[in-house]
Ligand binder design. Structure first.
Ligand code: UT7
Length: 332
């Protein structure tokens, strides 16, 4: 019987700013305290974009590592997808800026905006392209410089977010490992719970929008929290059911790192052991679209992923959007 090709992660890498903002630093900036932040979010510190650097710079650094590991050079790339909601500028796309840095002249390039769900969305989109014989290698990067759009007078949001980038090179393989199933979804009724009001065509920049802090993240944390805990279970159950698998089959659960309490609620409901869950939110906070690829890259570096391992990734974010991917780790 002819075996069908699987979409595999051929290489993975991440890049993080070296500047650290810890909870004590935040105590100096806004009316908050370390104990509250740790108890309510699990975050100890986060990375903050260096002056003069932008999303495309960290995308580039993460991409280089992923390409090295995949042994794929820039000329081999057919498509670059950058998942971000903090692009260098409104246009051109950050993906085109990355293409130029890489000199990947044969690659098409576009950005994908799905908030914190962006990387999981992009993975699913890239998977579909790789069903076509015209595409061989796709670079998918999740990167956000949240600190550039956080209002550091709003204690409800500024304590949560951090900056980073994670990248994968996807290609086809004939073995058993690779993506099993991806799921995407959205509920636009929740758009009002996480958004940036100004700077787009609805409300272009003006002195008033700047004065009123309308170029920064606005969030209804309670609504997002409720949405997140429900949707993680829904997506996970659907993914596993589609493959005839169950929670006990999972070797590593890689959830979006938004709040430690959300992660703990999810794994308690699903009965996934803590040691089978990738958690790095304490070091980086919520890095939005970079959250899952950075967690996956660190899991690999820490030796927590072996060929054949069943990995479940689930993300949620602005939109509201949600997505998940089930894969067997490894490449051939
Ligand atoms: O990637 C998706 C993006 N977002 C998320 O996933 C966010 C999901 N939501 C959350 O993580 C949580 O809702 C937050 C961490 C944002 C907030 O935690 P919470 O337990 O829902 O707190 P709350 O908003 O209900 O506020 C409880 C109290 C309030 O005080 P009062 O009214 O009870 O006196 C807040 O004013 O905590 C206060 N508070 C703070 N206190 C100290 C809110 N933020 C802070 C703070 N430091 N930073």
């Amino acid at each position: 019987m002819e075996q069908t090709a699987k979409v595999q992660i051929k290489g993975i890498g991440h890049a993080l700013p070296s500047r650290v903002l810890n909870n004590q630093d935040l105590e100096q900036i806004v009316d908050t305290n370390e104990q509250w932040i740790i108890e309510r979010t699990g975050i100890l510190e986060r990375r903050i974009c260096e002056p003069g650097m932008a999303t495309s710079d960290y995308c580039y650094l993460a991409a280089i590592k992923a390409m090295e590991q995949a042994r794929v050079s820039a000329v081999d790339l057919d498509l670059i997808i950058v998942a971000t909601s903090s692009p260098d500028m409104l246009f051109p796309s950050t993906a085109c800026l990355v293409q130029e840095r890489l000199e990947a002249w044969g690659a098409a390039a576009f950005d994908l905006e799905a908030g914190c769900t962006g990387f999981a969305y992009a993975l699913s989109v890239a998977e579909k392209y790789l069903l076509s014989p015209d595409y061989h290698h796709i670079l998918v990067v999740g990167s956000d410089m949240c600190s550039r759009f956080v209002d550091y007078t709003d204690r409800g949001t500024c304590i949560l977010f951090g900056d980073g980038a994670g990248a994968v090179v996807l290609g086809r393989g004939m073995g058993d490992n690779g993506l099993i199933k991806t799921i995407l979804g959205a509920d636009g009724r929740g758009a009002k719970f996480l958004y940036m009001p100004a700077g787009g065509s609805a409300l272009p920049p003006s002195h008033e929008t700047v004065d009123k802090h309308m170029h920064s993240i606005q969030m209804n944390g309670t609504e997002i929290f409720k949405f997140a805990t429900g949707i993680i279970m829904d997506v996970s159950v659907k993914l596993l059911a589609s493959a005839g698998l169950s929670f006990s089959d999972i070797d590593l659960f890689v959830p979006h790192q938004a709040n430690l309490r959300i992660i703990k609620t999810a794994i308690k409901r699903a009965n996934i052991p803590l040691e089978k869950t990738m958690i790095n939110i304490q070091k980086y906070g919520n890095m939005s679209a970079a959250s899952i690829p950075v967690a996956l890259a660190e899991a690999e570096m820490e030796g927590r992923l072996r060929a054949g391992d069943l990995v479940l990734m689930v993300a949620f974010g602005a939109g509201l959007t949600y997505a998940g991917a089930l894969l067997r780790w490894g490449r051939d």
